[in-house]
Design a protein around this ligand. Structure first.
Ligand SMILES: [Zn+2]
Length: 278
């Protein structure tokens, strides 16, 4: 498992300022921008092929860049049809394997939709799926963090409590905390220093110091309604109190990665990094 030595700031996908297309060029641009890595966006497809892996891994290592990925959006570990449930597991495993081979640190995914089911039953189905995902990775000797992400919409499984419980049942599983999702899901809560501290203290209490030494966060501007997240916007166009959030990250002396999913990609990633290290 890769052990981060500090809090790293990553773009979500290829920076907009990248002159030539492709992941490799994107990584070089990330380095030029003085950012710390890239989250591979597999949200529509797992687009890094086995053939491309050695080059991605080489550039990442040479430039000391952290790599993570966001697995496809079409995953639902609460799918009713068995083939869909198995396919969802397979998308996460494939994403994790490719990312691991790229010298990657962590794979995050939106675990499931409640689909009006009893929340406890959904929890059990997600847990059963994660067990199979970990088994497959272990059989291949692939050590990478598996991260169910905090839900942005109220129709989605994954509030902070569910994800902390789930993580406490496995090694190699920790929540991906999307701070904008916490804020949007609760229709405007999780926006004060106290609330930010509460989340990190709960993680430390239930999952140990190790969880704070291995964070995977998302943070971007967000617009929302009573149903949760509507869309991502740039930080300056959102009411997310990112300045206090960054202060709380500092207080807790975190290690790991923060991926910024703002539409301006590198601008907000740089903004957060500068705030954190100033
Ligand atoms: Zn996400």
């Amino acid at each position: 498992m890769i052990k981060p030595s500090k809090l790293n700031f990553l773009t979500s996908g290829i920076p907009l300022s990248t002159k030539k297309p492709g992941t490799l060029e994107g990584l070089k641009q990330v380095k030029k921008l003085d950012l710390d890595g890239m989250e591979l966006e597999f949200v529509h497809s797992i687009h890094v092929t086995k053939e491309k892996v050695p080059e991605v891994s080489k550039i990442a290592k040479e430039n000391n860049l952290m790599i993570s990925c966001h697995a496809p959006y079409y995953i639902n570990l609460n799918a009713k049809e068995k083939p869909k449930w198995h396919a969802s597991i397979s998308y996460i495993v494939q994403s994790a394997k490719i990312t691991y081979l790229c010298n990657g640190y962590s794979v995050c995914f939106h675990p499931a939709y409640y689909m009006k089911d009893d929340h406890r039953l959904v929890y059990d189905k997600v847990k059963e799926a994660i067990k199979l995902i970990l088994k497959e990775l272990k059989e291949n000797n692939m050590e990478i963090w598996v991260r169910p992400e905090t839900a942005g919409k109220i129709s989605q499984f994954g509030n902070i409590k569910e994800l902390i419980d789930l993580s406490s049942e496995f090694e190699n599983v920790l929540p991906c905390i999307d701070w904008s999702h916490l804020h949007a899901y609760s229709n405007g809560k999780y926006n004060s220093t106290e609330e930010f501290r509460e989340v990190l203290s709960l993680m430390e209490k239930k999952l140990g110091k190790n969880a704070l030494n291995n964070v995977h966060f998302h943070c971007q501007g967000v617009q929302y309604s009573e149903k949760g997240e509507k869309n991502h916007v740039n930080l300056k166009d959102s009411d997310l109190n990112y300045k206090d959030l960054v202060k709380v990250w500092k207080e807790f002396k975190l290690k790991g990665i923060v991926t910024c999913e703002s539409p301006n990609i590198e601008e907000d990633a740089k903004l957060l990094k500068e705030l954190y290290y100033k």
